[in-house]
Design a protein around this ligand. Sequence first.
Ligand SMILES: C[S@@+](CC[C@H](N)C(=O)[O-])C[C@H]1O[C@@H](n2cnc3c(N)ncnc32)[C@H](O)[C@@H]1O
Length: 879
Amino acid sequence: MAIQKKNAKARLDKYYYLAKEKGYRARAAFKLIQLNKKYSFLQSAKCLIDLCAAPGSWLQVAAEVMPAKSLIVGVDLAPIKPIPKTITFQGDITTEKCRSTIRGYIKTMKADAVIHDGAPNVGTAWVQDAFSQNELVLSSLKLATEFLAPGGVFVTKVFRSKDSAKLEWIFKQLFAKVEQTKPPSSRNVSAETFYVCRGYKAPKQLDPRFLDPKYAFAEVEDAAVNMEAKVFNPEKKKRKRDGYEEGDWTQFHEVPASDFVQTQDPIKMLGSLNRLHFRQEGDGDIALAALDKLPETTEEVRLCCQDLKVLGRKEFKLLLRWRMKARDRFGFRQKKLTELTGASSTATTAAGATDDAVAEGAAGEEVATLTPMSDELRLQEEILTLQEGQTKLKRKERRKDNERKQKEITRMQMDMITPTDVGIDAGGAMGDEGTFKLRDVDKAGIARQITRGKMYAESEKPKVEEEVEESEDEDGDRLETELDAMYEQYQAKREDRDTKAKAKRIRRQTSGKDDEEEFEGFGKEGEDGAETTDGEDSDADLIEDSDEDMEGEDAPTGLLNELRSNDDGKNGLSGRATSFFQQDIFNDLGVDEEEEEDEADLARDSGVDVGSGESLSPPLKPTTAEAEESDGFETEDEEAPAAEDDDDESDIEVVRPARTEDDEEDWTEGTQRPEQVEKEGRPNIDIITAEAMTLAHALATGKVTKAQLEDDAFNTYSHRDTDGLPEWFLDDEGKHSKRQRPVTAEAAKAIKEKMKALNARPIKKVREAKARKTFRAARRLEKLKKKSEGLMDEEGGVGGMSERDKAGEIGKLMAKAKKTGGGKKKGKMEVKVVRSGGQNKGAGRPRGVKGKYKMVDDRLKKDVRGEKRAAKRNKKGRK
Ligand SMILES: C[S@@+](CC[C@H](N)C(=O)[O-])C[C@H]1O[C@@H](n2cnc3c(N)ncnc32)[C@H](O)[C@@H]1O
């Protein structure tokens, strides 16, 4: 039971939650959404039949995506709650009644799509389930053949089994294009797969046995193997799942090469044999000897004949050409040609065929029997193939382009390309003709954004790509956007319910901001290390300067100019080296705080206003407050100073690489964040996870050093390429793709002890209650003290209190205080005893009685009293 519950929970994945959020009745909705995203069959459909539609999530999707006023009919064994814009009814798709009901609804119309997601409600044995499922598929196909329009689409779920190949064969006879797919929302553990069959051939007549499970599954078994496909796509090897033929133990087949030359079906031979040999057995073989001596029988041909199973397309062609030449030599082709004069015109080449093998077909010799297909359908099929090829090509190009750009941006961000490379001597993508041609950047007016170092280029570029993508793959994008929006809504709702999720989001946003600040690729920084917020001024200056310096078209502007000026070199360094040392990482080095202070003092002494930014050598880093005050300077990450303090004063250094989800989790579960832990100037680190404790142990015992820890922090997960990935995906992935940190037995034990101690502590509520109690007791004592002091001070004498009376009074007060000492004890609820009978006869509360009451009858009362009296008497008698 427990296991079942656990599994049930594991099944509630993101699609389940998304379906809930979006209001779909089942997570299956996403299967149809994803199938439609890939094959786009719903957008243009005017009439759709959903077989096995309950509870109706596919119907919901169809109603959303299909054009308004489309006809959507859904049927299932189970009742389906009404769905707007759809017609639903209860029925068994294997029955005639269901067929006629559908006919009644769609009248003379033809359906553009028939979709089927049926699963038999059995759940006995897997084999039986799969068989029933296949039967159901055949039933749905039967309905599809009746209701589908020519060129229509049939989508069905099939459980992978030994019969699924047979089903596929049947689909291929009826549809121009058949594809098997498994949408991402279909669980990997499930054997279900989907067939999308497009271009319904609409044959005029169909043998009913074709769709009869009894015949269909048996007949296809012996279907001819497509040797042509086997020969021309030799790399597609299929496993032999049906077992081997009786007696064929070695599975090795060879024939004399002369047989191959003489055969009418060379392709079949090449597909089924292992070797063609030139061995002369017995009295010898004249044909084989002649063939062996032919000049066309080259070493290469012999080598190919050795092992047909390892040959590729090229080698098969070579053998076929060799065979043709040999046949020419032996006069076979001449003979055939004369025999078949006139007949060749009927066997005109199979449309569009270019291969040599088919060219042979033109000679009337070996024509592969193809399923007859109307011109229109063939055209349709060709268009489909062409369209698909084109889309694939475009997608590939786009992906390559994006990857290249992304790499360049990443390299820029990581300062792997120095500004010099970009601006002056870089060629290719960065050069004059490249994506990052600086002159264009300046013309486009975004130079100042780039010089500010915010890497706006990253968001600008994809925008252009997005536009292109939008027009090409609008539906896909829309779906992605919708999913993202849905996920955001879901997150927002979750945050409302769960404050932890909210805190996580805020932290992520903050860290996102940090990241942005961290990647200051080309930041034009103020000389004191703070970033210039008022970038306009500086940029404007840059552009103006360049205008003055350079004239004419070729004059580099803005960014170019600045980079060149950087190139001049300082402190005797080359331009390249200067650029390199201008990176943020070197900002902290070289000048320590003392030096800074000295220099500031020097500046002050010399009468220069340090704060105005005109100092000789201003401090490299202003304090946060200073940075905030100084006009025109943006504050660095406010957390930074706290983190630095940590570095200085604690042994346990908090390493802060680019934060990953992993780290976020660690912060929540393990150590506290550095900015929260300052207590009396010292880090107040509470280690509560075994991982953190292991790390702390290792650091304390010197097993690892800070530097190693830093190195370690940059791992596979720290710089993952997450651009363009939807947030829900990242969230989901973040839960699992994290680094497994080692845990030692001692650390685990230490944490266990710590937790034990923590658990032993009373909870806050109890502690508070105890404190309140003590406080009240103290107050009472104070009162008592005051009263007794008053009594003691009272004058004795006539009419006054004697010392004895005073002592008595104080004693009474003490007793009273003692009585009330335990707090206000709730007086025992009084239970009223009511005599039954009389006006209190019958059930219900007796009149005039409030609160708890007990009904007693006279007899019982007397009996109880009698018992008590008897007990008393007995007691006395014993004494
Ligand atoms: C996986 S559910 C379909 C889910 C549906 N596509 C959706 O999106 O909500 C499978 C359905 O097949 C139905 N089914 C099984 N055998 C059937 C039959 N012979 N005729 C009609 N429906 C059948 C079951 O009642 C079940 O509701």
